[in-house]
Ligand binder design. Sequence first.
Ligand SMILES: [Zn+2]
Length: 307
Amino acid sequence: MHQLQTKIKQLLKPRTRRFHEHSSGWIEVFCPFCNDATRKHNPSHGHLYMVIESNYFNCFRCSEVGSVVKLLDKYNIHNQEVNRQLSSLRHSDISYSKVQSIVTGVDMRQLHSKIMETYSKTDKNIFQIFYNYMTRRCFGIDIVKYLASPTKQDGYVGCLFTNASNQFITTRLINHPNKRYANADHKPMYYFQDIRTMIDSEQIVMCEGVFDIINLSNHYYDFKDSFYVAINGNQYVSAIKTLIHSYLMIGGYTISIVFDMGLFREDQLIKNLIYTIQKLNPRIKLKIYKPTLSKDSSEFMNLQQIL
Ligand SMILES: [Zn+2]
């Protein structure tokens, strides 16, 4: 990572008069997508912020967003090795979802509703297995709202989830003898609300799994009116970094995390989370909860706040 950062600095510095590294890890430059550099006689700061480790930039002046690859391209810098390394960065996916949801304009609820309708008419058996499973895991829910739909994979019925930015998340296979989930390769985060509305929410609720976040949203009323995210794994720190870099860098928020039971090195993880948030946006307040009764939060909604 350090080498990649140094290389990008070397490539960019001769092309822009403003190159400022903030302690949060953001690099601030003049935005090449708008007249940022020439808006005044001698502007003292740029509006484009990039974070190399998330392969992401955002101009707070003209709202251009995208990958660092796209930014370098705009500067006419075409270094194959640098682009390859940037593209391989973990969790780089959510950086694009902001762009993607604007560009595609696909209403994911309509799409899922269409799939549901088709299955309920033509493949009633598949639909019934799917529907029974969903209601067993989540009780009474609006399945379309949570962007789930029936599917069949390797001969087994499953519940397929996408997020609101049209990224495939996972399929929960039902009755498969040895496989429970078929995940997307780079594990995008799951959210059923429009990602652009995250910045308007006071609270962001996070946990590991898709079913847990659905149940938190649907049954745990203390969190109502929040933005809900399942990180689709246990990489809490990198998920928090990605969310702050992409959406929550400016402004005050509460991030409430519901841990799974039996999390490995929980104390160390909490320390890392506090450190990361403090460094990136000290106005974010962190709250941590644990389920009190069973192993994961989907089974029961009794939460104990531990931070
Ligand atoms: Zn701009």
